[in-house]
Design a protein around this ligand. Structure first.
Ligand code: NAD
Ligand code: GLY
Length: 367
């Protein structure tokens, strides 16, 4: 097992990464202060991993709640079910919530923990690659709104993250690829050596080579922990973690939550950001080709949805959280491994990129 630390002073916490960690009571116990524990999971993950998780909680007064599965259920309404359960069962403010699932469960459970009685502790047990390399770390929690992705939320750090890589054995190939999108993101925004490692090892990752996966998860978490420790509330450099997200969130909102997986939308969005960076003269043609090739080898989309015109993209992107004083700000690439957040780009290049990026039928993603 590897242990990393997210260094946030009094709110610092460990990330445990390894195989067969779910049943290990000694990992989870020190992160729980009171007696009451509510495990939140969904109808896909619970049959696979709830029993093991509850075994590790045998010393506590534990209960669980099972939510419907899907990005379309990442809503205030569904979070309301967690509050209903907590109140009906008289959970007090020393209660601990445990998120058992992918990023959707993690974001909703964390948000419920941030709000319940003005804040109770929570633990992340991520079971998708995407959640293990990104969403479980850093304390961003929240839900979607019909008008915009992740628009309602709170910063609330977990007490620990338990990333049991054995859970990835039951993840389907499409979800694995979606997680690899966020792994590639770290190489693109700040870790050029890791990008080269990914170019050399993408086939192993796609074949689920356990050593390669463990290394990719660890290196991703190291990158994320460093950025979060330096800028917890996204006053500056944390925004770089949003490479591709302004385009990607537009795709998710515009196509209907769940049609494109989050990681797929981010892959397409990262390629759009790279294409724009090339048009601006920052990224070389060879770097753009390498990015496209790596994403394609990870079986990720580099095109945009047929249903989103350039005009519709611009409307949806205007709701992005990085918009300041009405000005669109984007994460763009100056090189592979070097990124900036800027509003200083020629909008005719953005318009041309949106007009010219090839479109695909969203239905083709699921096939
Ligand atoms: P997800 O939570 O929807 O999980 C993907 C699918 O895999 C679901 O059907 C889920 O039930 C299933 N699943 C989960 N674990 C499984 C397992 N071990 N075996 C089999 N099936 C399993 O999606 P995701 O990709 O994990 O997360 C995406 C979400 O994370 C988005 O809502 C996104 O906005 C959010 N996110 C948040 C942050 C953050 O910093 N908070 C960062 C990135 C993404
Ligand atoms: N996924 C973006 C962030 O955590 O800041």
């Amino acid at each position: 097992m590897k242990t990393l630390n997210v260094d946030l002073g009094q709110r610092s916490y460990p990330i445990y990464i390894g195989t067969d960690l779910l049943g290990q009571a000694e990992l989870i116990k020190p992160c729980i202060a009171g007696k009451q524990v509510l495990v939140v999971s969904n109808e896909t993950v619970a049959p696979l991993y709830l029993d093991k998780t509850l075994n590790a909680l045998a010393d506590f007064d534990h209960q669980h709640i099972i939510l419907p599965d899907g990005e379309q259920y990442k809503t205030m309404d569904i979070v309301g079910r967690i509050f209903d359960h907590l109140l009906q069962q008289r959970f007090n403010r020393t209660a601990t919530l445990v998120a058992l699932g992918g990023g959707v469960i993690g974001d909703m459970t964390g948000f419920a923990a941030a709000c319940y009685q003005r804040g109770v502790p929570f633990i992340q047990i991520p079971t998708t690659l995407l959640a293990q390399v990104d969403s479980s770390v850093g304390g961003k929690t929240g839900v979607n709104h019909p008008l915009g992705k992740n628009m309602i939320g709170a910063f609330h750090q977990p007490r620990c993250v338990i990333a049991d890589t054995s859970t990835l054995n039951t993840l389907d190939d499409r979800q694995l690829s979606a997680g690899i999108a966020e792994v590639i993101k770290y190489g693109l925004i700040r870790d050029p050596e890791f990008f080269v490692w990914l170019e050399n090892n993408i086939d192993k990752l796609m074949q689920r080579d356990s050593e390669a996966l463990a290394y990719a998860i660890e290196r991703s978490c190291i990158n994320k922990a460093e950025v979060v420790a330096a800028d917890e509330r996204e006053g500056g450099q944390r925004a770089l973690l949003n490479l591709g997200h302004t385009f990607g969130h537009a795709i998710e909102t515009g196509s209907g939550y769940g049609v494109w997986l989050h990681g797929e939308a981010i892959a397409s969005g990262m390629y759009m950001a790279a294409d724009l960076s090339h048009r601006l003269g920052w990224l070389s043609a060879d770097e753009l080709r390498r990015i496209k090739s790596l994403l394609q080898k990870a079986r990720l989309p580099v095109d945009a949805p047929l249903e989103l015109s350039s005009q519709r993209f611009l409307e949806l992107m205007a709701i992005d959280k990085k918009v300041l004083a009405g000005k669109l700000r984007l994460v763009l690439l100056q090189a592979i491994g070097q990124s900036i957040v800027t509003e200083d780009f020629e909008h005719n290049h953005l318009q041309a990129m949106l007009d010219e990026i090839p479109r695909i039928d969203s239905k083709s993603l699921a096939s």
